[in-house]
Structures are given as C-alpha cells and as structure tokens.
Design a protein around this ligand. Structure first.
Ligand code: PBG
Length: 324
C-alpha cells in the first residue's frame, strides 16, 4: 500500500498541522437578550445557560465576552410596551438603544450588531404591519428603516434586518446614508427560512405570532435556488455581510451561497439547534462540548466566516484553553 491516509492522523501534532478548518474566537458573535429593570440576569427556560439581562447587566456580559476574545455581540430587546405597529422598536429610550450607547461608551472596541425586526415589538407577534390579515411589505419597510436609524444613532456598528420584507436593505441603506450614517454596516438576514428551529427563541423574545405563521415572508425550507436569489438581491441593495439562518440543517445552502457570493458570510446557529444539544447533554446522552465544537466546525467548513451562536462564550473558553 503506497497511500496510507492514516499517516496524517498518527499524532496530535500531525493532525493539528494538516487540519483544514479551524475556529477562532474572531469568528464568534454572541446574541444577548435585554429587558427592562436593574440588576437582572434571569435564566431563559427554553435556552439553558442564556439569560434576560437588564441594561446594566448586559454591559457586564458584554465585558465578559470581550475578555474571552469575542469580537461582536448581537442585541435583541424586550420592550416595555407593544402595539400593532411595533412603534417601540424605534424608541431611543428602549433597552436596545440604551445598551448600544452604553456599550459603545464603556467598550468602544466591541462590535455591536442589532436585530432589526418588529416581532418583539408588535402585539400580534408578526414581523411587520398587518393589513387585511397579511403582513404588508411596504408600510413595514418604513418602520424597519426607522428602527435601523435609531440603532445607528445610538452607535450600532451593524444593523441586522431579520424581517424578510422585500426591499428592506435598500430602504435601510437609504435612510442611513441620508442621515450621515454611511459607515454603519448592514448584516442582512439574507437567507432566512421559515423554521421550527426558532421555537426556543420565540419564547425568549416573546415574539410568537398570535395568528398564522411566518411562511408568507420567511423562506420555504425546501428551496435552494431561492437562497441565491435572496443573497444576490441583498448584495445588490448594499448589504455588507450576508447571513444564512438556521445553520446546521442548511449547510448545503451555506456552501452554495459561499461559492456564488463574494461578501463575508455569517451563519446563525439558532435557538433550536442550541437547545437540542443542551437538552441531550442534560440527559447525559451526548458530550455537549464536543457536539458544540463539531457543529461550529461544520458550519465554518461549509463556508461561513462568522457564526452567531449562543455557544459563543462556551466555545471561546475551549478555544482559549486550546491555545494555552
Ligand atoms: C426575529 C428573529 C428571530 C430569530 C432571530 N431574529 C425569530 C423569528 O424569525 O421567528 C431567531 C433566532 C433563533 O432562533 O435563535 N424575526
């Protein structure tokens, strides 16, 4: 036998040398949920190990993330009030806007990304304004754009529209540019499927639709060509980073989009993916840490540059220990 692949697997040193995919803390983006109050760090039942933070505690959490080498956080907010039009989403006194400006004051080097969507802010839980029983695209764009602007004013580095309305990247780019925020970037949830994997998040963000589902605006999980169409549209409209979501069940889509598009690409390893690993680990059925690292490695190997994950801190701890 002339060719023996096992020669390259013989020792840890050799394996490290020929490894094709590595994860660094620089690849990780950490999602944080913020609510009203003071001194709060309340466990989220559907996401073990994740918390609802009040603004003051969110800053501490961001500091911890920074100390672990995580370069970016992704903010979600639970507002004081909800209405049909999601108008608290652009309130400068809301928790997301407050957290952005405080983090930028206290941790200027932390990259702050924000989720721009109405589902946490509407009383009906849909991602836009309802007209005739449907989410109305064009009137939603105005509110989405205003929300993005309010995040930019507070100091966000990137805004992340996750609503899946058509034309939202243009609408946001225009309002940012017209208000001298041309340096604020857009991380577009370009390819977002109507997925059951968001279940635990909706409990965490209190954003479950009160009627119907999101399949009138989020993508059909069966479609791949449409993913390319969405990615290309968002790039044409001015997105700086494109995102695929969820991650593990859509590795083929990550690879497909990676091969066709030139932008940095993020994958969102979503709440259901996280919760399933946590649940199986709690039962003692799997080695949670190894499954976590294997999952993150697969997402990177498929072609993602950035991974938005609730595991960010856990993974960063393992990565820090590896390099010591
Ligand atoms: C808001 C939004 C959702 C997620 C991110 N932004 C929920 C949804 O679309 O229903 C899901 C994130 C996760 O599951 O971790 N629209």
């Amino acid at each position: 036998m002339k060719i023996r692949p096992r020669r390259l697997r013989r020792t840890p040193g050799i394996r490290n040398m020929v490894r094709e995919t590595t994860i660094s803390t620089n690849d990780l983006v950490y999602p944080i949920f913020i609510k009203h109050g003071k001194g709060l760090k309340d466990p989220i039942p559907s996401l073990p190990g994740q918390f609802h933070f009040s603004v003051d505690m969110a800053i501490k959490e961001a500091e911890e993330a920074m100390d672990l080498g995580i370069p970016a956080i992704f903010l979600f907010g639970l507002p004081a009030s909800k209405d049909a039009a999601g108008s608290s989403s652009y309130d400068e006194n809301e928790v997301v806007q407050q957290t952005i400006s405080l983090i930028k004051k206290k941790l200027p080097d932390m990259t702050v990304m924000t989720d721009v969507c109405l589902c946490e802010y509407t009383d009906h839980g849909h991602c836009g304004i309802i007209k005739n029983g449907q989410v109305d695209n064009d009137s939603t764009l105005e509110v989405i754009a205003k929300t993005a602007l309010s995040h930019a004013k507070a100091g966000a580095d990137f805004v992340g529209p996750s609503d899946m309305m058509d034309g939202r990247i243009s609408a946001i780019r225009d309002i940012l540019d017209n208000n001298q925020y041309q340096d604020v970037g857009i991380i577009a949830y370009a390819v977002k499927y109507a997925s059951a994997f968001y279940g635990p998040f909706r409990e965490a963000a209190d954003s479950t639709p009160q009627f119907g589902d999101r399949s009138g605006y989020q993508m059909d999980p069966a479609n791949a060509l449409e993913a390319l169409k969405e990615a290309i549209m968002d790039i044409d409209e001015g997105a700086d980073i494109i995102m695929i979501k969820p991650a593990l069940p859509y590795l083929d889509i990550i690879r497909l989009v990676r091969e066709e598009c030139l932008l940095p690409m993020a994958a969102y390893h979503v709440s259901g993916e996280y919760a399933m690993i946590k649940a199986a680990e709690e039962k003692g059925w799997v080695d949670g840490s190894r499954i976590m690292m294997e999952s993150l490695t697969s997402i990177k190997r498929a072609g993602a540059n950035l991974i938005i994950t609730y595991f960010a801190k856990d993974a960063a701890k393992i990565l820090q220990n590896n390099t010591k």
